[in-house]
Write a protein that binds this ligand. Structure first.
Ligand code: TYD
Ligand code: MG
Length: 450
């Protein structure tokens, strides 16, 4: 028999209480606790179905991945789509999540796909698919938002892929909570997870996250799904980055780069060239740094502007870089090199709208600040990689060979790297490529000013 249980759920962090509270004691947010009810009958049914197997007897099935037309998409999935995988695609509204999945479905006709959208009408989807170059006749669309109906339709149609756009718009009629609430999201995701696992249908859930992370729905799902992909980028830039935050079938921290055009997303398979193509040369305040995202080396331009502060409180503004890390680098520059940056405004920008948290970027960041502060330009053929320690020492970076090969491939001639790394660097390079090994930030300053 089914029983309905009343609970109180914080819509911010998902904490569950037995009574209403004005302030959530877990995340301290006010007025976020809402009354909801859950059905408890499912648990009773599950108990009758329990079986176990000897690990030895379980057959080892090789995973055959479906390789899509989009190499960048395959890359973030760990080499292709694993049948029956349960995938969450998160991102801010308007970033291009619907476009990405619809485009993958449209351009892979052998992939039978059911696209369920609670966000757009059928005609809107049709207009969008024409804009994206509609190719596949194997894609079915629906506006259904009742999760039971979606599951039934999927079982009837038997697609390879089900796309639910978005998880915040679907509801389970047995759950007495409003659509988009944490209880609904959790229950619907549970139902869809079972559908994926029992029927070998890959299910994509699209989930919105807001800038301040107020709607915690997708965060809550992260432990349930096999793969968490995040689509990000700056609205003002055309570039979009698809990141793997979690992957049960492949490496994490993988990265795919796309560009949003008027006909949908275009893959960028040579990101370093693209990111550096608009480079401002012979101007102070810019430096090229070599970073690694996932398994891919990437050259990015770092821009800094150091200027006298108009007010007592100097500003520190960063785009694409951790502000705390910037403060640390500024403190090291002040203390170890005697640069008077403490009372100056510092603006730092990673161009192309990328967000990077690789410590090896430190040297490039320090260089762009030094260049802006002393107002001299860094030679266009110089490239930097290295982590900065608190004493100003240049610490080793991982996978240096990969970084250096990429820099050489793009045509950089002076590669500044940590001295400690140099001993282990075995790489064939053209005679005009020079490695400048640094032990301390002081060496950097000496080298740059000569
Ligand atoms: P959308 O996929 O609807 O975003 P999300 O599902 O993440 O909310 O993408 C919306 C944005 O993408 C919108 O601002 C318009 C832009 N866009 C293009 O620039 N070109 C295109 O071909 C398409 C389909 C969308
Ligand atoms: Mg959308």
């Amino acid at each position: 028999m089914s029983k309905s249980k009343r609970i109180f759920v914080c819509q911010n962090c998902g904490a569950i209480y037995s009574k209403w509270l004005g302030k959530c004691s877990q995340c301290n947010s006010w007025n976020s606790v809402v009354e909801e009810s859950i059905e408890t009958s499912i648990r009773e049914n599950l108990l009758t179905d329990f079986r176990f197997y000897s690990l030895h007897d379980v057959p080892c099935e090789g995973v055959e991945r479906f390789v899509t037309q989009y190499q960048e998409f395959n890359r973030v999935l760990g080499g292709g789509l694993v049948p029956g995988s349960f995938i969450l695609l998160g991102g801010e509204p308007g970033i291009g999540k619907s476009t990405l999945l619809l485009q993958v479905a449209l351009h892979n006709p052998e992939l039978k796909c059911l696209y369920v959208s609670g966000e757009e009408s059928l005609s809107q989807i049709k207009i969008r698919s024409e804009r994206l170059g509609s190719i596949s006749n194997n894609i079915y669309i629906s506006n259904e938002t009742n999760v039971d109906q979606i599951i039934q339709a999927t079982l009837n149609l038997k697609p390879t892929v089900l796309i639910v756009d978005s998880i915040q718009t679907v509801y389970n009629p047995k759950v007495e909570a409003f659509t988009g609430s944490l209880t609904q999201i959790r229950q619907c995701a549970n139902d869809l997870q079972r559908l994926a696992k029992e029927n070998h249908i890959s299910v994509f859930l699209i989930g919105h996250i807001t800038k301040d992370g107020m709607i915690a729905g997708p965060k809550l799902l992260e432990h349930m799904v096999d793969v968490v992909l995040q689509f990000e980028g700056d609205e003002h830039y055309g570039y979009r980055i698809l990141r793997t935050l979690k992957n049960r079938f492949g490496p994490t921290n993988e990265l795919g780069i796309f560009e949003m055009t008027s006909n949908g997303l275009r893959e960028i398979s040579n990101p370093s060239e693209i990111l550096l193509s608009h480079r401002t040369q012979n101007l102070s305040g810019t430096a090229v740094a070599c970073t690694i995202q996932g398994i891919r080396p990437l050259l990015v331009e770092v821009q800094a502007l150091v200027s006298s502060s108009a007010y007592g409180n100097p500003q520190r503004t960063t785009t694409g870089f951790d502000p705390k890390r910037l403060n640390m680098i500024l403190a090291v520059l002040e203390k170890r090199l005697g640069m008077k940056v403490g009372f100056q405004d510092v603006f730092l920008n990673i161009t192309g709208g990328l967000r990077i948290d690789d410590p090896a970027l430190d040297l490039g960041v320090a260089c762009s600040i030094i260049s802006s502060h002393f107002d001299f330009s860094i030679p266009p053929y110089a490239c930097f990689t290295g982590e900065i320690g608190l004493t100003g020492e240049i610490r080793p970076v991982d996978r240096l060979e990969l970084r250096v090969s990429e820099a050489i491939r793009i045509g950089f001639k002076h590669i500044y790297l940590p001295l400690v790394n140099l001993k282990n660097l075995h790489i064939n390079h053209p005679p005009d490529v020079q490695f400048i090994a640094l032990e301390h930030l002081k060496n950097l300053l000496e080298n740059l000013q000569t």
